[in-house]
Design a binder for this molecule. Structure first.
Ligand code: PMP
Length: 395
C-alpha cells in the first residue's frame, strides 16, 4: 500500500469533514510549490482556497508567527495584546475610515457577527443573493443562496429574501423599511467567479441607504489584495459599505477572520454582546500584519494586476475550443468552458502537476498567491493545451 492510499483510508476513517472524496495528501509547501507524500511536486493555483496570500512558508509569516508564539501565544479576551490592536488599526487605515473591528477565526464567523449587527438594528428581514456563499454556520447558511447546502438543515434562523445576483431592480424591489441588511459578494467566488454588471454595487449602496438598511459586503474571498485592490469595493466608485467581512488570506494561512463596521453599524454591537475565545489571537494577528506589510512592501497589488492580465490574455489567446472566456478580477479568475468539463480539467491539471479547482461544472477557478511569478504563469500557460486536451478526451 502506498503512503497516499494509507493516508486516504485514515482520513476517511477519522474525519467528519472529509467531503466524501479522496484527497491528495500534501506534506510540504514552499511558495507556489507543494509536494505530496510520494514526493511529487505541484504548482498550487488553489492557494488554500485563496488563503495563502504569500504562498506556502513565506519567510515573513514564518518569522512573525515564530516570534509571536515564542513570546505570547494565546491570551483570553480578559486581556489585550499589541498585535491584535495593531492589526485592527492597520485594517482601518487601509479602509481609510473610522470604524471598529471584530476578530474571529473564519469567514462564516465574520458573517455571523455581521448578522448579529443586523439584528441589533431592530429589524429582522435580510436580503442576500441567489448563488451567493457566506459560510456553513446557521446564520451564514441562511444568507447563503445555494439551496442544496441548506435543505438538510432547515429551518434556518432568518427572514431572508434571495434575489438574482447582479439585478439592481430585483434588489430595489426586495429591500423595505423592515430590512436590516443586504449582503453581497463583490464577485461571487464559490458560485463560479461571477462578476456583476458595472454599477451594481453603487446601486446596492443607494438602495440600502434609501431604506435605512445596512450594506454588508462579503469580501472573505475578494478582500486583502486578491483582486488587485485592498478591497474589491474600492474598485467601484461611490461605494462605502457599512460592514465588510474578511477572512481567508487575511491570516496568510492561519485561521483569522474579521468583521469591520463603520458609522452607526460600528456602534450597534455593545461590549459583551458577542465574542469568541480565539478571536484576536496574537499569533494569527501577527501573521495578518506580516501579510499586509508584505503586500505593501513588495508592491503585490501591482503584481496581482500584471499577472492577472498575463493569465487572462495568455489563456484566451490559446484559442482552445474548450475555453469560452476568462472572467473575474486580479488573481480570482474563472476559466469559463464551452462544455461542463471543469472536474475533468481539475483532474487533468493535477496529473500534469497543477492544482486548480472547479466551483461549477463549466468553471475552473484560479486563486494563486498574490506574489505569483512570471515563470509560474508561463508554466501554466504552457501546460494548459495539454491539460484541456486530456480533459476533453476524458469527458
Ligand atoms: N464568504 C465567502 C464569500 C466565502 O467565499 C467563504 C468561503 N469560501 C465564506 C464566506 C466562508 O468562509 P469560511 O469557510 O472560512 O467559514
Amino acid at each position: 500500500m502506498t503512503d497516499n492510499q494509507e493516508l486516504t483510508q485514515r482520513w476517511q476513517g477519522s474525519l467528519m469533514n472529509n467531503y466524501g472524496t479522496p484527497r491528495l495528501p500534501l506534506v510540504r509547501g514552499e511558495g507556489l510549490k507543494v509536494w505530496d507524500s510520494e514526493g511529487r511536486q505541484y504548482l498550487d493555483f488553489v492557494g488554500g482556497i485563496a488563503t495563502n496570500a504569500l504562498g506556502h512558508a513565506h519567510p515573513a509569516i514564518v518569522e512573525a508567527v515564530s516570534k509571536q508564539i515564542a513570546s505570547l501565544g494565546h491570551i483570553s479576551n480578559f486581556f489585550m495584546a499589541e498585535p491584535t490592536v495593531a492589526l485592527a488599526e492597520r485594517l482601518l487605515q487601509l479602509f481609510g475610515r473610522d470604524g471598529k473591528v471584530f476578530f474571529c477565526n473564519s469567514g462564516a464567523e465574520s458573517v455571523e457577527a455581521a448578522f448579529k449587527i443586523g439584528r441589533l438594528t431592530g429589524r429582522t428581514h435580510m436580503v442576500a443573493t441567489e448563488g451567493g456563499f457566506h459560510g456553513r454556520t446557521m446564520g451564514a447558511l441562511a444568507l447563503t443562496g445555494q439551496p442544496a447546502k441548506k435543505t438538510p438543515f432547515l429551518p434556518l434562523p432568518a427572514d431572508v429574501t434571495h434575489v438574482p445576483y447582479g439585478d439592481a431592480q430585483a434588489l430595489a424591489a426586495a429591500v423595505t423599511e423592515d430590512t436590516a441588511l443586504v449582503v453581497i459578494e463583490p464577485i461571487q467566488g464559490e458560485n463560479g467567479v461571477v462578476v456583476p454588471p458595472a454599477g451594481y454595487l453603487k446601486a446596492a449602496r443607494a438602495i440600502t441607504a434609501a431604506k435605512g438598511a445596512l450594506l454588508v459586503l462579503d469580501e472573505v474571498q475578494t478582500g486583502i489584495g486578491r483582486t488587485g485592490h485592498w478591497f474589491e469595493y474600492q474598485a467601484h466608485e461611490g461605494v462605502l459599505p457599512d460592514v465588510v467581512t474578511l477572512a481567508k488570506q487575511l491570516g496568510g494561512g492561519l485561521p483569522l477572520g474579521a468583521t469591520v463596521a463603520f458609522g452607526r453599524a460600528a456602534e450597534l454591537l455593545q461590549p459583551g454582546q458577542h465574542g469568541t475565545t480565539f478571536g484576536g489571537n496574537p499569533v494569527a494577528c501577527a501573521a495578518g500584519l506580516a501579510v499586509l506589510d508584505t503586500i505593501e512592501n513588495d508592491g503585490l497589488l501591482e503584481n496581482v494586476k500584471r499577472q492577472s492580465e498575463k493569465l487572462r490574455d495568455g489563456i484566451e489567446s490559446l484559442g482552445h475550443p474548450l475555453v469560452d472566456h476568462v472572467r473575474g478580477a486580479g488573481l480570482l479568475l474563472g476559466i469559463v468552458l464551452t462544455e461542463p468539463l471543469a472536474p475533468q480539467v481539475q483532474k487533468a491539471a493535477q496529473d500534469a502537476g497543477f492544482l486548480v479547482n472547479a466551483p461549477a461544472p463549466d468553471v475552473v477557478r484560479l486563486m494563486p498567491p498574490l506574489n505569483l511569478g512570471d515563470d509560474e504563469v508561463d508554466a501554466l500557460l504552457q501546460a494548459l493545451p495539454g491539460i484541456l486536451g486530456a480533459a476533453e478526451g476524458d469527458g
